[in-house]
Design a protein around this ligand. Sequence first.
Ligand SMILES: *Cc1c(COP(=O)(O)O)cnc(C)c1O
Ligand code: SF4
Length: 370
Amino acid sequence: MNKLTELSNKNSNWSKWKWHIKNRLKSIEFLEYIGIISQSLKEKFKLLLKRYHFATTPYYFSLCKRLDYTDPIFRQIIPSIEEIEFNLPGSNPDPLAEEKYSVTPHLIHRYPDRVLIVTTNFCASYCRHCNRKRFWSEKPWVLSKRELEQIIFYIKTNKHIREVILSGGDPFFINQSYLEYILSRIRRIKTVEVIRIGTRVPVVLPMKITPILGKMLKRYRPIWINTHFNHPQEITKETEKAADILSLHGIAMANQTVLLKGVNDDLNTLAQLFTSLERMLIKPYYLFHCDSVSGTDHFRTSIEKGIELISALEGKIGGLCIPKFVVDLPNGAGKAPCGPNFLEKIDGDIAIFKTWEGKKFVYKGAQGAT
Ligand SMILES: *Cc1c(COP(=O)(O)O)cnc(C)c1O
Ligand code: SF4
């Protein structure tokens, strides 16, 4: 039996999420076992793990098809020396200036009508491209009741806030009764219309999405869940079931993909991912240019690459399958959508378009009713 089949050997506990949490893969010995740490690299790896720890679930690891960095799952979870040795100019631990925009501890208020709560720094599986890597070195924490009260007070006194986003870390690893308490406190604020939860649980531990969780969430609708699928290899029987449970409980779903070099910077991969998500009733929402976060630079493609990919999808797959390609601008300037642009110019009553097949199209009557 080779290492991969051995490690992916499913036991009778496979469908139990608690087993996966208890048996998370997180040791340096494991990394040695899978053969990525040579003797000469051992000291460097220790340094790397001290700065950016490693942990993943047996379930998510079992989705690897190869035990090297060319595998899209492996590349997202297995630490690489590049995280400490490869730096592009301009990257820093908090490029989106989330600390600057924090109005009370763990509450980020960047846009007028919506706020984001960083509910915890814990995740079952740590993505090497995470844009909140700055929290990883802190001990696991969850928003305290006192901090929550301060947040509730802030939201109540800002009547413009109509949407509250629970982010992290992963909010679905907060103890379910405390998560319900948080949801119920937010739901009681009259001015809040929508609650959004950003989570990677449907991807890295789909068995945690149970009908019990679905039923609990249903009580606090309207809820949108933002998932984080990056590659079609992440779509399994288990993830399909998780998506089904959520949609059957009236939860709307959207997905945020991060464009990652060597993982999904390829047209067929994205087309397959986005069409699968549509089938699972998860709307592909954003394709993010990888942020300039220290320790993730080796994942960043060019912005042109993102525009090229998103433009090439237009017309080939349905509009419901195509997300917006955005760059989250440094210093908290906000998200900037970039392309595709099929309108080349407008000259008086004539507009020049490019069709999805790349042909020039002359449109007359661009000024409309005058
Ligand atoms: C991305 C983000 C949001 C949500 O923006 P949408 O465009 O509505 O998805 C809200 N607050 C902060 C701080 C964000 O980074
Ligand atoms: S699930 Fe989200 S917060 Fe957690 S490590 Fe991945 S990107 Fe970061």
